[in-house]
Design a protein around this ligand. Structure first.
Ligand code: HEC
Ligand code: HEC
Length: 331
């Protein structure tokens, strides 16, 4: 009997110690981490959106944790404990069927994009395997006063009526747009894995593809960068999405021999312009902090030489010159 008590008691003690060491103490420590620089609490609408996010199982396919690995660089800087000060319980996720969402408010900072994508992901990303969330929208004969209909592209729009978001969809999109990483000095992946880390082309036997300083436009790289950063809105065809995102085929800024407006749009984003006689309700996000000068030159040259466009190519030096002189400077 005494032996049994000893064994059971010993096992219980080991169990309690393990729980303290791997769960209770880390949880107490984490709850004391102050918010990181620039990390602010969610508004009531964003907090409601976080609830909708959890309730719809978005975290089964999307992580919100960026690892300090080169392969995670596209998702942002590595996550820090202070990022989660107001996001408890954390929705870290463990499966990445879709991209990490820690910084998606910067990458896809357009509410119109988020609405169309939730209504039907394939309307914007043809190869997407994300389920649609149409039940977060209503189809109505016409948008009620004060509401804006979502410009769903024709093949995916309902035969009759317009698509209007429910309060749940609005809260969810407010939450998604709030997912923006703040910058932490010295805590940045930029430069850690420069573009030069790209795998050597087959047959190049490891020799450096380009001598530093000499820029050679690579259509393959330009197209890959365009696909990763721009095609979700402007489409791989450069046709855009009517009323949502302008076409780049035949776009005046892209065709202009003076590349200033073209490069400035990529660096600083754009909003509320009249483009080819049309206006667009959503914003183009800025890419200055995410793309290097040669990367922007590659993307710009891809746009300038695709879909029937034929405009004078640009160089990284021209990108650097526009970057050094932000919009306010010349007005
Ligand atoms: C079955 C897995 C799955 C589920 C569930 C899912 N997604 Fe996705 N999601 C994906 C995939 C795959 C992509 C990449 C293709 C695309 O952009 O549609 C994606 C892309 C995204 C993007 C764009 C990310 C980027 O960087 O371009 C957002 C935003 C997003 N999902 C939000 C959500 C939200 C919000 C929910 C819940 C309402 C959700 N997803 C549920 C698989 C999923
Ligand atoms: C989230 C959606 C989105 C993404 C991603 C996006 N754009 Fe845009 N883009 C827009 C919108 C919306 C406009 C129209 C802005 C306006 O109304 O002023 C626009 C406008 C433009 C224009 C036209 C500017 C003009 O004055 O005619 C160019 C060129 C352009 N984008 C290039 C790009 C490039 C290159 C990328 C990728 C690096 C990109 N866009 C990524 C949404 C996007």
């Amino acid at each position: 009997m005494k032996k049994l008590v000893l064994i059971a008691g010993g096992a219980l003690l080991v169990y309690v110690l393990i729980v303290l060491a791997i769960a209770v103490i880390p949880a107490i420590e984490l709850s004391r981490v102050p918010p990181g620089p620039g990390v602010v609490d969610l508004t009531p609408v964003q907090a409601e959106g976080r609830r909708v996010f959890a309730a719809n199982g978005c975290a089964y396919c999307h992580t919100q944790q960026v690892r300090p690995l080169a392969e995670d660089k596209e998702f942002g800087r590595p996550s820090a404990p202070g990022d989660f000060a107001f996001q408890t319980p954390e929705l870290l996720g463990s499966e990445r069927t879709g991209p990490d969402l820690s910084n998606v408010g910067v990458r896809k900072g357009s509410d119109v994009w988020q609405y169309i994508h939730l209504y039907q992901p394939r309307a914007l990303v043809p190869q997407s395997i994300m389920p649609d969330f149409k039940f977060l929208f209503r189809v109505m004969a016409k948008a009620p006063a004060g509401e804006t209909a979502i410009p769903v592209p024709a093949p995916f729009a309902p035969a009759n009526g317009v698509v209007v978001p429910t309060p749940e969809a609005k809260a969810l999109v407010a939450y998604l747009l709030s997912l923006k990483q703040s910058s932490i000095p010295g805590y940045d992946m930029k430069g850690a894995a420069p573009a030069a880390a790209a795998p050597a082309a087959p047959g190049s036997s490891g020799a450096p593809a380009a001598v530093a300083g000499a820029y050679v436009f690579s259509q393959a790289k330009g197209q890959a960068l365009f696909t990763a950063n721009c095609a979700a809105c402007h489409q791989a065809s450069g046709e855009g999405v009517p009323r949502a995102f302008p076409p780049l085929r035949g776009n005046a800024a892209v065709l202009d021999a003076d590349p200033t407006l073209h490069l400035r749009t990529i660096l600083e984003g754009a909003h509320g312009k009249t483009i080819g006689g049309a206006t667009y309700g959503s914003a183009m996000p800025p890419f200055a902090s995410q793309l290097s000068d040669p990367e922007i030159a590659d993307i710009a040259n891809h746009e300038r030489t695709s879909w029937g466009n034929s405009a004078k190519p640009v160089t990284p030096a021209e990108v650097a010159a526009v970057r050094a002189k932000p919009a306010g400077a010349d007005q």
